[in-house]
Design a protein around this ligand. Structure first.
Ligand SMILES: Cc1cc2nc3c(=O)[nH]c(=O)nc-3n(C[C@H](O)[C@H](O)[C@H](O)COP(=O)(O)O)c2cc1C
Length: 355
């Protein structure tokens, strides 16, 4: 199948691919740079990005802001002419500071989910950084596009629709997750695309729609384009690559995982998430709680005394390869990864030979 290039403003990605931001420490400059070099859009996850900085425990915000600059520079050293940006979660406590740091560092794009990025346009104003919200339902798409229209007289530069099969936090309630199957979610996607079409007319512009969540084969890529997407966002399929920034033990955990090991789990963020059920998650499911050691003020709305475990602590455990004690986020088709591969091989497998 022949795919069109993905155009976002004056940016042109040869491959209509956005590599999904994956925190903590899964998509840093290494993976984002490799995807950008291959012709897609590479996203660095800003979530606790400074976890390897010496002052991370004492001045987490400063460490994260410094690491935003370092990881972008690393990605640019891999792909000088590539398109590289950040995924920055709205749920983060210093969201605005991280967005401004990414803009200052020279991010090409910022993609924001885990909440609606209502004031993202204010934080990127007068910059050359293109912005996209991540939405999961027509309702959330309508809310954010209406808000940006009324408050900022602008619309999204592109939009990411993240479906129920994605990895990490999901923008659905457990009840919605039970409700959606392939057919009903395709209907939701088509409603969002129609809505986006109305904003394209109003603003006389193109708003590329990127589909995400459980896209892990050539057929699934083709299905996404058949539904009307201009691109796909893919996360999990890139984890078991040599270029991915994840610890080797994380990659191996994914390679070892069977379909039955992957489940919807509870996260302190208050949204369901998808992860590998390891011994830590079994204990969480049995009702054990794990009081946080040290609060790094990661989330806006977290009450450390009321949560089953600290998300930062458990995602950093994953980033450090302590896989039995970690929260191992992954998409629904993570079990398809069966060996360490490369970014180019994944892209060839999903899109066919492009070059
Ligand atoms: C390990 C992991 C970490 C993730 N971290 C984030 C994140 O920090 N912010 C975010 O918006 N999405 C995050 N996601 C979601 C991805 O960006 C992407 O949209 C999703 O994984 C797409 O589904 P797929 O993994 O099935 O391809 C994460 C996903 C995974 C698997």
């Amino acid at each position: 199948m022949k795919y069109n290039e993905l155009k976002i403003g004056d940016l042109v990605a040869k491959i209509p691919l956005v590599q999904g931001g994956m925190g903590v420490g899964i998509s840093l400059g290494g993976l984002a740079g490799a995807v950008a070099k291959a012709g897609g859009i590479g996203l660095i996850s800003s979530a606790q990005i400074g976890f390897r900085e010496a002052d991370f425990d004492t001045d987490t915000k400063a460490a994260n802001i410094r690491a935003i600059g370092k990881e972008l520079a690393k990605a640019r050293s891999i792909a000088a002419a590539g398109i590289i940006g950040f995924n920055i979660m709205v749920a983060l406590k210093y969201y605005e500071d991280y967005v401004r740091a990414a803009v200052d560092a020279g991010a090409d794009v910022i993609v924001s989910g885990s909440g609606l990025p209502v004031d993202l346009p204010a934080y990127t104003k007068d910059s050359r950084t293109y912005i996209a919200p991540i939405v999961s339902t027509e309702r959330s798409a309508s809310t954010i596009l209406k808000y940006w229209d009324r408050k900022y007289q602008r619309t999204a530069d592109f939009i990411v629709i993240e479906g129920p099969l994605a990895g990490g936090h999901l923008g659905f309630t457990n009840e919605q997750l039970d409700l959606y199957d392939k057919t009903t979610y395709a209907l939701e996607i088509s409603k969002i695309i129609q809505l986006v079409g109305r904003y394209e007319k109003q603003f006389d512009c193109r708003i590329p729609v990127i589909l995400a969540g459980g896209i892990n084969s050539r057929e699934q890529v083709q299905e996404a384009f058949a539904l009307g997407a201009s691109g796909v966002q893919i996360g999990t399929a890139f984890i078991a690559t040599a270029e991915c920034d994840a610890d080797p033990a994380y990659k191996q955990a994914l390679i070892q995982a069977k379909a039955s090991d992957i489940a919807i789990v509870k996260s302190p963020v208050g949204m369901p998430g998808r992860a590998i059920v390891n011994s830590f998650m079994e204990r969480v499911r049995d009702g054990q709680t794990f009081p946080p050691g040290r609060c790094r003020q990661c989330l806006k709305n977290c009450q450390p005394a009321a949560i089953p475990y600290c998300i930062t602590e458990r995602l950093i455990a994953a980033a450090n390869g302590d896989v039995t004690e970690a929260l191992l986020f992954c998409g629904a088709y993570a079990y398809k990864s069966d060996r360490i591969t490369t970014v180019d091989a994944v892209i060839d497998e999903l899109f066919g030979k492009i070059s």
